[in-house]
Design a protein around this ligand. Structure first.
Ligand code: 1QQ
Length: 413
Protein backbone atom coordinates (compact mmCIF):
# COMPACT_ATOMS: atom_id res chain seq x y z
CA UNK A 1 0.00 0.00 0.00
CA UNK A 2 1.38 3.37 -0.92
CA UNK A 3 -0.96 5.57 1.00
CA UNK A 4 -1.13 9.33 0.92
CA UNK A 5 -0.28 9.09 4.59
CA UNK A 6 2.93 7.18 3.94
CA UNK A 7 3.85 9.57 1.12
CA UNK A 8 3.35 12.40 3.55
CA UNK A 9 5.70 10.84 6.12
CA UNK A 10 8.20 10.31 3.33
CA UNK A 11 7.84 13.89 2.17
CA UNK A 12 8.99 14.97 5.61
CA UNK A 13 12.01 12.72 5.24
CA UNK A 14 12.99 13.76 1.73
CA UNK A 15 15.58 16.38 2.62
CA UNK A 16 17.48 13.92 4.78
CA UNK A 17 17.34 11.12 2.26
CA UNK A 18 18.51 13.42 -0.50
CA UNK A 19 21.27 14.75 1.70
CA UNK A 20 22.55 11.26 2.39
CA UNK A 21 22.24 10.27 -1.24
CA UNK A 22 19.26 7.96 -1.52
CA UNK A 23 17.10 9.65 -4.14
CA UNK A 24 16.45 6.37 -5.94
CA UNK A 25 15.37 4.60 -2.77
CA UNK A 26 13.12 7.52 -1.90
CA UNK A 27 11.43 7.51 -5.29
CA UNK A 28 10.88 3.78 -5.06
CA UNK A 29 9.37 4.01 -1.58
CA UNK A 30 7.37 7.07 -2.22
CA UNK A 31 5.58 6.30 -5.41
CA UNK A 32 5.33 2.72 -6.43
CA UNK A 33 5.54 -0.04 -3.85
CA UNK A 34 2.32 -1.85 -2.94
CA UNK A 35 3.77 -3.77 -0.02
CA UNK A 36 3.47 -2.18 3.39
CA UNK A 37 6.82 -1.41 4.99
CA UNK A 38 7.54 -2.22 8.59
CA UNK A 39 6.17 0.58 10.70
CA UNK A 40 3.91 1.97 8.01
CA UNK A 41 0.33 2.26 9.02
CA UNK A 42 -1.46 -0.62 7.35
CA UNK A 43 -4.85 -0.04 8.93
CA UNK A 44 -7.63 0.88 6.59
CA UNK A 45 -7.46 4.64 6.89
CA UNK A 46 -7.55 5.03 3.11
CA UNK A 47 -4.41 7.14 3.01
CA UNK A 48 -5.40 9.47 5.83
CA UNK A 49 -3.32 10.24 8.93
CA UNK A 50 -4.62 8.10 11.81
CA UNK A 51 -5.32 9.77 15.17
CA UNK A 52 -6.50 7.48 17.99
CA UNK A 53 -9.55 8.27 20.09
CA UNK A 54 -9.68 6.06 23.18
CA UNK A 55 -12.71 7.03 25.24
CA UNK A 56 -15.62 5.27 26.97
CA UNK A 57 -18.25 4.43 24.37
CA UNK A 58 -19.85 1.80 26.63
CA UNK A 59 -20.36 1.33 30.41
CA UNK A 60 -21.64 3.96 32.85
CA UNK A 61 -18.67 6.17 31.88
CA UNK A 62 -20.16 6.45 28.37
CA UNK A 63 -22.42 9.15 29.85
CA UNK A 64 -19.24 11.26 29.66
CA UNK A 65 -17.49 9.50 26.76
CA UNK A 66 -20.36 9.97 24.30
CA UNK A 67 -19.83 13.71 24.43
CA UNK A 68 -16.14 13.21 23.69
CA UNK A 69 -16.86 11.13 20.59
CA UNK A 70 -19.17 13.90 19.36
CA UNK A 71 -16.49 16.58 19.82
CA UNK A 72 -13.72 14.53 18.22
CA UNK A 73 -15.87 13.71 15.17
CA UNK A 74 -16.76 17.36 14.67
CA UNK A 75 -13.04 18.16 14.70
CA UNK A 76 -12.31 15.45 12.12
CA UNK A 77 -14.90 16.88 9.76
CA UNK A 78 -13.94 20.50 10.40
CA UNK A 79 -10.22 20.04 9.78
CA UNK A 80 -10.67 17.71 6.80
CA UNK A 81 -13.04 20.22 5.21
CA UNK A 82 -10.24 22.75 5.63
CA UNK A 83 -7.79 20.53 3.78
CA UNK A 84 -6.44 18.31 6.56
CA UNK A 85 -2.67 18.40 7.04
CA UNK A 86 -1.53 20.33 3.96
CA UNK A 87 -3.90 18.34 1.79
CA UNK A 88 -3.68 14.97 3.56
CA UNK A 89 -6.83 14.17 5.54
CA UNK A 90 -6.85 12.86 9.10
CA UNK A 91 -8.83 9.79 10.09
CA UNK A 92 -9.99 9.14 13.63
CA UNK A 93 -9.52 5.58 14.79
CA UNK A 94 -11.95 4.97 17.66
CA UNK A 95 -11.30 2.28 20.26
CA UNK A 96 -13.78 1.90 23.09
CA UNK A 97 -12.11 1.92 26.51
CA UNK A 98 -15.33 1.20 28.42
CA UNK A 99 -15.11 2.44 32.01
CA UNK A 100 -12.22 0.58 33.59
CA UNK A 101 -8.44 0.39 33.51
CA UNK A 102 -8.18 -2.85 31.51
CA UNK A 103 -10.46 -1.44 28.82
CA UNK A 104 -8.24 1.61 28.47
CA UNK A 105 -5.05 -0.49 28.37
CA UNK A 106 -6.50 -2.70 25.61
CA UNK A 107 -7.65 0.29 23.56
CA UNK A 108 -4.25 1.97 23.86
CA UNK A 109 -2.38 -1.19 22.86
CA UNK A 110 -4.54 -1.70 19.81
CA UNK A 111 -4.17 1.93 18.70
CA UNK A 112 -0.41 1.90 19.21
CA UNK A 113 0.50 -1.52 17.79
CA UNK A 114 -2.20 -2.38 15.27
CA UNK A 115 -3.65 0.93 14.12
CA UNK A 116 -0.28 2.70 14.27
CA UNK A 117 -1.82 6.03 15.20
CA UNK A 118 0.36 9.14 15.38
CA UNK A 119 -1.07 10.02 18.81
CA UNK A 120 -3.99 9.32 21.13
CA UNK A 121 -6.74 11.53 22.54
CA UNK A 122 -7.94 9.72 25.69
CA UNK A 123 -8.82 8.10 27.99
CA UNK A 124 -11.98 9.44 29.65
CA UNK A 125 -11.11 8.98 33.33
CA UNK A 126 -7.96 9.84 35.28
CA UNK A 127 -8.45 6.45 36.94
CA UNK A 128 -7.88 4.89 33.49
CA UNK A 129 -5.11 7.30 32.51
CA UNK A 130 -2.89 6.26 35.43
CA UNK A 131 -2.93 2.69 34.00
CA UNK A 132 -2.99 3.27 30.23
CA UNK A 133 -0.84 6.39 29.75
CA UNK A 134 2.40 4.71 30.94
CA UNK A 135 1.98 2.22 28.07
CA UNK A 136 1.85 5.01 25.47
CA UNK A 137 4.69 6.79 27.22
CA UNK A 138 6.93 3.73 27.05
CA UNK A 139 6.01 3.29 23.36
CA UNK A 140 6.78 7.00 22.78
CA UNK A 141 3.29 7.78 21.51
CA UNK A 142 1.94 11.24 22.39
CA UNK A 143 -1.23 11.20 24.49
CA UNK A 144 -3.53 14.15 25.12
CA UNK A 145 -5.96 13.65 28.00
CA UNK A 146 -9.27 15.22 26.97
CA UNK A 147 -10.84 15.04 30.45
CA UNK A 148 -8.19 13.82 32.89
CA UNK A 149 -8.19 16.42 35.64
CA UNK A 150 -6.58 14.64 38.62
CA UNK A 151 -3.31 15.84 40.05
CA UNK A 152 -0.28 14.12 38.51
CA UNK A 153 -1.51 13.29 34.98
CA UNK A 154 1.11 15.24 32.92
CA UNK A 155 3.81 13.94 35.24
CA UNK A 156 3.09 10.34 34.12
CA UNK A 157 5.69 10.81 31.40
CA UNK A 158 7.22 12.91 28.63
CA UNK A 159 4.61 11.78 26.09
CA UNK A 160 1.61 12.59 28.29
CA UNK A 161 -0.15 15.95 28.19
CA UNK A 162 -3.70 17.12 28.68
CA UNK A 163 -6.14 19.69 27.33
CA UNK A 164 -8.30 19.37 30.47
CA UNK A 165 -7.35 21.89 33.15
CA UNK A 166 -6.62 20.31 36.54
CA UNK A 167 -9.08 20.22 39.44
CA UNK A 168 -6.82 22.54 41.43
CA UNK A 169 -7.56 25.36 38.98
CA UNK A 170 -11.17 24.60 38.03
CA UNK A 171 -12.93 23.32 41.18
CA UNK A 172 -12.38 26.28 43.58
CA UNK A 173 -14.41 28.51 41.22
CA UNK A 174 -17.58 26.60 42.13
CA UNK A 175 -17.11 27.24 45.87
CA UNK A 176 -16.61 30.94 45.23
CA UNK A 177 -19.77 31.03 43.08
CA UNK A 178 -21.76 29.29 45.82
CA UNK A 179 -20.59 31.90 48.34
CA UNK A 180 -21.61 34.67 45.97
CA UNK A 181 -25.11 33.21 45.70
CA UNK A 182 -25.37 32.58 49.46
CA UNK A 183 -22.86 34.52 51.58
CA UNK A 184 -24.43 32.93 54.72
CA UNK A 185 -22.88 29.53 54.00
CA UNK A 186 -20.97 28.28 57.05
CA UNK A 187 -21.13 24.48 57.18
CA UNK A 188 -20.17 22.22 54.30
CA UNK A 189 -20.78 18.49 53.78
CA UNK A 190 -18.46 16.81 51.27
CA UNK A 191 -19.13 13.51 49.48
CA UNK A 192 -16.66 11.66 47.26
CA UNK A 193 -16.19 8.36 45.41
CA UNK A 194 -13.26 6.69 47.11
CA UNK A 195 -12.60 4.19 44.29
CA UNK A 196 -11.93 6.87 41.65
CA UNK A 197 -8.64 8.77 41.27
CA UNK A 198 -10.27 11.92 39.90
CA UNK A 199 -12.89 12.07 42.69
CA UNK A 200 -10.19 11.67 45.35
CA UNK A 201 -8.10 14.40 43.76
CA UNK A 202 -11.04 16.75 43.32
CA UNK A 203 -12.35 16.30 46.89
CA UNK A 204 -8.91 17.20 48.25
CA UNK A 205 -9.08 20.50 46.40
CA UNK A 206 -12.67 21.13 47.47
CA UNK A 207 -11.84 20.41 51.10
CA UNK A 208 -8.81 22.67 50.95
CA UNK A 209 -10.91 25.46 49.39
CA UNK A 210 -13.56 25.07 52.11
CA UNK A 211 -10.86 25.63 54.74
CA UNK A 212 -9.30 28.54 52.84
CA UNK A 213 -12.71 30.20 52.67
CA UNK A 214 -12.97 29.81 56.49
CA UNK A 215 -15.96 27.50 56.21
CA UNK A 216 -16.55 24.54 58.49
CA UNK A 217 -16.04 21.11 56.96
CA UNK A 218 -18.95 19.52 58.86
CA UNK A 219 -18.66 15.99 57.47
CA UNK A 220 -16.85 13.97 54.78
CA UNK A 221 -18.79 11.01 53.38
CA UNK A 222 -17.38 8.31 51.08
CA UNK A 223 -19.07 6.14 48.48
CA UNK A 224 -18.21 3.98 45.44
CA UNK A 225 -18.90 4.85 41.78
CA UNK A 226 -20.77 1.53 41.58
CA UNK A 227 -23.14 2.41 44.47
CA UNK A 228 -26.82 3.06 43.84
CA UNK A 229 -28.04 3.40 47.43
CA UNK A 230 -26.68 6.37 49.39
CA UNK A 231 -29.12 6.37 52.33
CA UNK A 232 -26.52 6.04 55.06
CA UNK A 233 -24.13 8.69 53.68
CA UNK A 234 -27.00 11.06 52.86
CA UNK A 235 -28.50 10.67 56.35
CA UNK A 236 -25.13 11.36 57.97
CA UNK A 237 -24.64 14.34 55.67
CA UNK A 238 -28.02 15.88 56.46
CA UNK A 239 -27.51 15.31 60.20
CA UNK A 240 -24.44 17.57 60.00
CA UNK A 241 -26.82 20.41 58.99
CA UNK A 242 -24.80 21.75 56.07
CA UNK A 243 -25.63 24.92 54.08
CA UNK A 244 -23.59 23.59 51.14
CA UNK A 245 -23.04 20.07 49.80
CA UNK A 246 -20.16 19.19 47.45
CA UNK A 247 -20.20 15.93 45.47
CA UNK A 248 -17.18 14.45 43.67
CA UNK A 249 -18.19 11.33 41.75
CA UNK A 250 -19.32 10.34 38.26
CA UNK A 251 -22.61 11.11 36.55
CA UNK A 252 -24.67 8.10 37.49
CA UNK A 253 -23.59 7.65 41.14
CA UNK A 254 -23.34 11.41 41.72
CA UNK A 255 -26.77 12.02 40.17
CA UNK A 256 -28.38 9.31 42.31
CA UNK A 257 -26.70 10.66 45.44
CA UNK A 258 -28.04 14.14 44.75
CA UNK A 259 -31.53 12.79 44.04
CA UNK A 260 -31.53 10.95 47.39
CA UNK A 261 -30.19 14.04 49.21
CA UNK A 262 -33.13 16.09 47.91
CA UNK A 263 -35.64 13.29 48.55
CA UNK A 264 -34.51 13.15 52.18
CA UNK A 265 -35.05 16.89 52.52
CA UNK A 266 -31.76 18.72 51.92
CA UNK A 267 -32.64 22.22 50.67
CA UNK A 268 -29.30 24.08 50.43
CA UNK A 269 -26.93 24.66 47.53
CA UNK A 270 -25.16 21.72 45.87
CA UNK A 271 -21.88 21.76 43.96
CA UNK A 272 -21.22 18.88 41.59
CA UNK A 273 -17.69 18.12 40.40
CA UNK A 274 -16.45 17.53 36.89
CA UNK A 275 -17.84 13.99 36.78
CA UNK A 276 -21.37 15.44 36.87
CA UNK A 277 -20.63 17.91 34.09
CA UNK A 278 -23.00 16.52 31.47
CA UNK A 279 -26.63 16.79 30.49
CA UNK A 280 -26.62 12.97 30.65
CA UNK A 281 -27.04 13.62 34.38
CA UNK A 282 -30.58 14.93 33.78
CA UNK A 283 -32.32 11.56 33.41
CA UNK A 284 -30.64 10.43 36.67
CA UNK A 285 -31.79 13.18 39.06
CA UNK A 286 -34.43 14.76 36.78
CA UNK A 287 -36.15 17.75 38.40
CA UNK A 288 -33.91 17.31 41.44
CA UNK A 289 -30.84 18.21 39.33
CA UNK A 290 -32.14 21.78 39.38
CA UNK A 291 -29.71 24.32 40.83
CA UNK A 292 -26.53 22.18 40.85
CA UNK A 293 -23.43 24.38 40.41
CA UNK A 294 -20.58 23.01 38.27
CA UNK A 295 -17.30 24.73 37.43
CA UNK A 296 -16.47 24.79 33.71
CA UNK A 297 -13.32 24.85 31.60
CA UNK A 298 -15.39 25.80 28.54
CA UNK A 299 -17.95 28.46 27.76
CA UNK A 300 -19.95 28.26 24.50
CA UNK A 301 -19.77 32.06 24.21
CA UNK A 302 -15.98 32.07 24.05
CA UNK A 303 -15.52 34.57 21.20
CA UNK A 304 -12.74 33.19 18.97
CA UNK A 305 -13.31 31.95 15.41
CA UNK A 306 -12.54 28.33 16.15
CA UNK A 307 -15.11 28.21 18.91
CA UNK A 308 -17.66 29.85 16.69
CA UNK A 309 -17.12 27.19 14.03
CA UNK A 310 -17.25 24.40 16.63
CA UNK A 311 -20.33 25.80 18.34
CA UNK A 312 -22.21 26.31 15.06
CA UNK A 313 -21.41 22.78 13.93
CA UNK A 314 -22.46 21.34 17.29
CA UNK A 315 -25.69 23.36 17.40
CA UNK A 316 -26.56 22.33 13.85
CA UNK A 317 -26.07 18.65 14.66
CA UNK A 318 -27.41 18.39 18.22
CA UNK A 319 -29.73 21.43 18.61
CA UNK A 320 -28.17 22.36 21.96
CA UNK A 321 -25.12 24.20 23.24
CA UNK A 322 -21.89 22.19 23.13
CA UNK A 323 -20.78 20.73 26.47
CA UNK A 324 -17.29 21.00 27.95
CA UNK A 325 -16.32 17.37 27.24
CA UNK A 326 -17.09 17.82 23.53
CA UNK A 327 -15.11 21.07 23.39
CA UNK A 328 -12.12 19.47 25.09
CA UNK A 329 -12.16 16.42 22.78
CA UNK A 330 -12.37 18.75 19.76
CA UNK A 331 -9.40 20.64 21.18
CA UNK A 332 -7.38 17.43 21.64
CA UNK A 333 -7.80 16.55 17.96
CA UNK A 334 -7.08 20.15 16.98
CA UNK A 335 -3.77 20.22 18.84
CA UNK A 336 -2.62 17.12 16.94
CA UNK A 337 -3.77 18.63 13.63
CA UNK A 338 -2.13 22.00 14.27
CA UNK A 339 1.12 20.39 15.43
CA UNK A 340 1.22 18.02 12.43
CA UNK A 341 0.59 20.98 10.12
CA UNK A 342 3.43 22.94 11.71
CA UNK A 343 5.71 19.91 11.37
CA UNK A 344 4.87 19.41 7.75
CA UNK A 345 5.35 23.11 6.97
CA UNK A 346 8.73 23.17 8.62
CA UNK A 347 9.54 20.04 6.59
CA UNK A 348 11.99 18.65 9.10
CA UNK A 349 14.34 15.84 8.26
CA UNK A 350 12.66 12.87 9.81
CA UNK A 351 14.89 9.86 9.41
CA UNK A 352 13.20 7.13 7.46
CA UNK A 353 14.18 3.78 8.87
CA UNK A 354 12.26 0.58 9.36
CA UNK A 355 9.80 2.47 11.59
CA UNK A 356 9.09 5.91 10.15
CA UNK A 357 6.12 6.36 12.42
CA UNK A 358 8.28 6.07 15.53
CA UNK A 359 10.25 9.12 14.42
CA UNK A 360 7.12 11.03 13.58
CA UNK A 361 5.51 10.37 16.99
CA UNK A 362 8.59 11.74 18.75
CA UNK A 363 8.69 14.83 16.53
CA UNK A 364 4.97 15.34 16.98
CA UNK A 365 5.23 15.19 20.76
CA UNK A 366 7.97 17.79 20.77
CA UNK A 367 6.11 20.02 18.35
CA UNK A 368 2.79 19.92 20.17
CA UNK A 369 4.36 20.92 23.47
CA UNK A 370 6.00 23.91 21.79
CA UNK A 371 2.92 25.30 20.04
CA UNK A 372 0.22 27.86 20.87
CA UNK A 373 -3.32 27.04 19.84
CA UNK A 374 -6.45 29.08 19.30
CA UNK A 375 -9.11 26.55 20.31
CA UNK A 376 -12.75 26.41 21.46
CA UNK A 377 -11.29 26.64 25.00
CA UNK A 378 -9.57 29.92 24.04
CA UNK A 379 -5.82 30.36 23.61
CA UNK A 380 -3.94 27.42 25.06
CA UNK A 381 -0.36 26.16 25.26
CA UNK A 382 1.52 23.63 27.35
CA UNK A 383 4.15 23.62 30.04
CA UNK A 384 7.22 21.48 29.26
CA UNK A 385 5.62 18.65 31.32
CA UNK A 386 2.45 18.73 29.21
CA UNK A 387 0.15 20.62 31.57
CA UNK A 388 -2.35 22.83 29.78
CA UNK A 389 -1.95 26.60 30.11
CA UNK A 390 -5.45 28.07 29.82
CA UNK A 391 -6.78 31.46 30.85
CA UNK A 392 -10.50 31.44 31.50
CA UNK A 393 -12.77 29.36 33.70
CA UNK A 394 -16.48 29.62 34.45
CA UNK A 395 -19.30 28.30 36.60
CA UNK A 396 -22.65 27.09 35.32
CA UNK A 397 -25.87 26.23 37.14
CA UNK A 398 -28.27 23.54 36.00
CA UNK A 399 -31.75 24.79 35.22
CA UNK A 400 -34.30 22.00 34.79
CA UNK A 401 -37.64 22.45 33.07
CA UNK A 402 -40.69 21.96 35.28
CA UNK A 403 -41.42 18.45 33.99
CA UNK A 404 -37.85 17.33 34.83
CA UNK A 405 -37.14 15.78 31.44
CA UNK A 406 -34.97 18.49 29.93
CA UNK A 407 -32.74 21.22 31.21
CA UNK A 408 -29.68 23.30 30.49
CA UNK A 409 -26.47 24.70 31.90
CA UNK A 410 -26.82 28.44 32.60
CA UNK A 411 -23.50 30.27 32.82
CA UNK A 412 -23.12 32.57 35.84
CA UNK A 413 -21.70 36.04 35.45
C1 1QQ B 1 -11.24 12.70 35.47
C2 1QQ B 1 -12.41 13.55 35.21
C3 1QQ B 1 -13.65 12.88 34.77
C4 1QQ B 1 -14.77 13.16 35.67
C5 1QQ B 1 -13.97 13.38 33.39
C6 1QQ B 1 -14.94 12.55 32.65
O1 1QQ B 1 -12.31 14.76 35.32
O2 1QQ B 1 -11.36 11.46 35.54
O3 1QQ B 1 -10.15 13.25 35.64
Amino acid sequence: MTSAWFRWVLSLAKPLLWSIGFPILLTACGTSSNAPSAGENTSSTGGAIPIGIAVAQTSNVALLGQEQVAGAKLAEKYFNDKGGINGTPIKLVLQDTAGDEQGAINAFQTLINRDKVVGIVGPTLSQQAFSADPIADRAKVPVLGPSNTAKGIPEIGDFVGRVSAPVAIVAPNAVKAALKINPQIKKVAVFFAQNDAFSKSETEIFQQTVKEQKLELATVQKFQTTDTDFQSQVTAGINAKPDLVIVSGLASDGGNLIRQLRELGYKGLIIGGNGLNTSNLFPVCRKLCDGILIAQAYNPSQPNALNKAFRDAYLAQYQKEPPQFSAQAFTGVQVFVDALTALSKANPTIKVNAQPIAELRVRLNKQLLAGKYSTPLGEISFTPTGEIVQKDFYVAQIKMDADGTSGKFTFLK
